[in-house]
Design a protein around this ligand. Structure first.
Ligand SMILES: C[S@@+](CC[C@H](N)C(=O)[O-])C[C@H]1O[C@@H](n2cnc3c(N)ncnc32)[C@H](O)[C@@H]1O
Length: 221
C-alpha cells in the first residue's frame, strides 16, 4: 500500500483531529491522564513490567501512548529494555507529532529524545526499542512474528473506524498475545467486547476515564 499520510485539522490549536475519520487523536479533556488510566492501569502497568516486556499497539498516532509508557517504565526503575511495536496505516508527519506532544509538558524531554532518534520506522534508545509497522493492521498483523505482553487497542472510535475493531483483527490480537498477556481499550462497545471474547480473551468492563462510564480489559489465560 502506498504511504498514506494522516490528514489533520487542529482543535484549540492543540489537539489533532483526523479529517479522514472525523475524530480526535486523544482526549480533549486530558490525553495523558486518559492514557495512564486506560492503557497503563488497564494492562496492570507498571506492576507487570520486566526486562524485554513487549507492548503492541493498534494506531500509533502522535506517539502519546508510547511516550507515556516509556516514562512510566523509567519512573518505575526498570532495568533492561521496553519493547514497543505499533501498527499505523496513516503515519503522522513528525512536525505534527511534535506539535501535538507540546500539550504534555511532562513528556517534553522524552518527546525530544524520541523525535531526534526516530527515523520514521524505528527508534532505539537506552531502555527503549520501538518499531512502527506501517500499513493497514488487518494486513500487517497476521504476518507479524511478535507476541505482546500488553496490547493498547487505540483505533478511532469504533463507530468511525470500525475496521480497526473487527472480530478478525481481534482474533489476530489474541494470536499475538503471550500467555498471561492482556489488552486494554477505552471503548466498551458491545461488538468489540464480543470480538475479544470470541477470540479467546476473558473480558471485563471496568470504569472508564472521565465522562466514559466503562472501558474494556481483556486477559489471555
Ligand atoms: C486514536 S488514534 C491513535 C492515537 C495514538 N495511540 C496516540 O498515542 O496518539 C487512531 C490511529 O489509528 C490509525 N488507524 C486507523 N485505521 C487503521 C488501520 N486500518 N490500520 C492501522 N492503523 C489505523 C489512525 O491513523 C490513527 O493514527
Amino acid at each position: 500500500m502506498p504511504n498514506q499520510p494522516a490528514n489533520l485539522t487542529w482543535t484549540d490549536g492543540q489537539v489533532p483531529v483526523s479529517t479522514r475519520f472525523d475524530d480526535p487523536y486523544f482526549s480533549m479533556q486530558d490525553g495523558l491522564a486518559e492514557t495512564r488510566h486506560v492503557f497503563l492501569a488497564g494492562n496492570d502497568l507498571p506492576a507487570r513490567f520486566c526486562d524485554g516486556f513487549h507492548i503492541a499497539e493498534l494506531g500509533f498516532g502522535t506517539g502519546l501512548n508510547l511516550l507515556t509508557a516509556w516514562l512510566a517504565w523509567e519512573q518505575s526503575g526498570q532495568i533492561g529494555t521496553l519493547r514497543f511495536t505499533s501498527f499505523e496505516a496513516y503515519p503522522m508527519a513528525q512536525i505534527d507529532m511534535a506539535r501535538a506532544l507540546q500539550a504534555f509538558p511532562a513528556l517534553e524531554d522524552h518527546a525530544a529524545r524520541f523525535l531526534a532518534a526516530f527515523d520514521g520506522t524505528c527508534c532505539v534508545l537506552p531502555g527503549l526499542s520501538f518499531t512502527m509497522i506501517e500499513g493497514d493492521a488487518r494486513v500487517a498483523l497476521p504476518s507479524w512474528d511478535g507476541q505482546a505482553d500488553a496490547w493498547f487497542l487505540d483505533g478511532f472510535s469504533p463507530a468511525k473506524n470500525p475496521e480497526l475493531w473487527e472480530s478478525g483483527l481481534m482474533a489476530e490480537v489474541f494470536a499475538h498475545t503471550a500467555s498471561g498477556g492482556m489488552a486494554a481499550t477505552y471503548t466498551a462497545a458491545g461488538f468489540v467486547r464480543r470480538g475479544l471474547e470470541e477470540a479467546g480473551f476473558t473480558v471485563k468492563r471496568v470504569p472508564g476515564f472521565g465522562r466514559k462510564r466503562h472501558m474494556t480489559r481483556a486477559v489471555r489465560a
